[in-house]
Design a protein around this ligand. Structure first.
Ligand code: GLV
Length: 329
């Protein structure tokens, strides 16, 4: 008996994390760039004490029931909507995530999408490479100004705050926010005003989503909400695709209910190649890359490894989603 605890790592993560994991654990690493199929993941879970999961690995109660020795799930992401947290807590499984280190990279991507969609950058790129650029056009390619406009943040957590700080500090934007919690820091630092969702939608020029995905927030932006927005509004989603009803978004973009959208997330991921969204000029879509910088992914890997190792050795997780759980024996 004895030996290193067995763990399964569901994708190759940066070596800073993998080497820490390999020092402390007997690790099997899934070698493919695509996720392990659900039945393979379930089979791997039969005898491991720890799991490094990605947001593409669905860990619901039925899967957890097949993991009798599992002590910890260390998600390589800040979001954890792929995991049934209540079921983990009930079963005595600790869950870790990677908050903090990806805040700036994600806020940068949200801003990148905001300015790209507002100034029609990707549409212009396509216009150029398609050979359509004939001359300088006084009335062509008109976008939206940024300075002095109103930013509406839905979910004023770390990332929402970081985007608001950029937009207020650099572009002198007014900041509205909608959240179940008051963010006294945002109110003190840039006069952010907490409002209900309809007020935010009606008054904002740029609406950026930073909410968790859960049963309350799923589909929170649909046809009725698009109708409340300005026709010049730009919607940014760098959080989770299902916060938005994607069919309603395509309709709103097509019929001019809103001006444009910038998305780092879709529903599903990747979107179907038949999704009408992909045929619209006024949307910019990135393949869920907000945290994809070298430094950020290395830092995520390190936190992820430390959460895993803490969990398999019965220590408190450095970034612990469910600290109220009672560890299983
Ligand atoms: C990415 O979407 C994350 O939650 O870290």
């Amino acid at each position: 008996m004895g030996g290193k605890p067995k763990v399964f790592v569901s994708r190759i993560i940066p070596d800073v994390g993998l080497s820490l994991i390999r020092e402390a654990c007997a690790a099997e690493v899934w070698p493919s760039p695509l996720p392990p199929p659900a039945d393979v993941l379930a089979a791997k879970l039969a005898d491991v004490e720890g799991l490094v999961s990605l947001l593409t690995d669905k860990l619901d109660d039925a899967v957890l029931a097949k993991a009798p020795r599992l002590k910890v799930i260390s998600n390589f992401a800040v979001g954890f909507n792929n995991i049934d947290i209540n079921a983990c807590t009930r079963r005595g499984i600790a869950v870790g995530n990677t908050p903090g280190v990806l805040t700036d990279a994600t806020a940068d991507m949200a801003f990148c999408l905001l300015i790209s969609a507002a100034r029609r950058v990707v549409e212009g790129h396509r216009y150029t490479i398609d050979g359509k650029w004939k001359t300088w056009e006084p009335l062509g390619h008109l976008g939206q100004d940024l300075v002095g406009r109103t930013l509406g943040i839905v979910g004023m957590g770390r990332i929402g705050y970081a985007l608001a700080r950029r937009c207020h500090g650099g572009w002198d934007m007014k900041v509205l926010y909608h959240d179940v919690y008051k963010n006294a820091q945002a109110e003190a630092d840039f006069g952010a005003r907490q409002v209900d969702l309809p007020t935010l939608l009606a008054e904002s020029d740029f609406i950026s989503l930073h909410a968790d995905l859960n049963d309350t927030t799923r589909g929170m932006i649909g046809a009725a909400q698009f109708k409340m927005m300005k026709r010049t509004a730009v919607l940014i989603n760098s959080a989770r695709g299902p916060l938005v009803n994607q069919k309603a978004l395509a309709t709103a973009l097509k019929d001019g209910t809103i001006f444009a959208a910038g998305l780092d997330v879709t529903d599903p991921e990747p979107p179907s190649m038949n999704d009408p969204l992909l045929r619209l000029a006024n949307v910019v879509i990135a393949p869920h890359i907000a945290s994809a910088t070298v430094q950020t992914r290395n830092q995520m890997a390190e936190i992820c490894a430390r959460n895993l190792i803490a969990g398999v050795t019965g220590q408190p997780l450095p970034a612990w989603v469910n600290p109220e759980m009672v560890p299983r024996k």
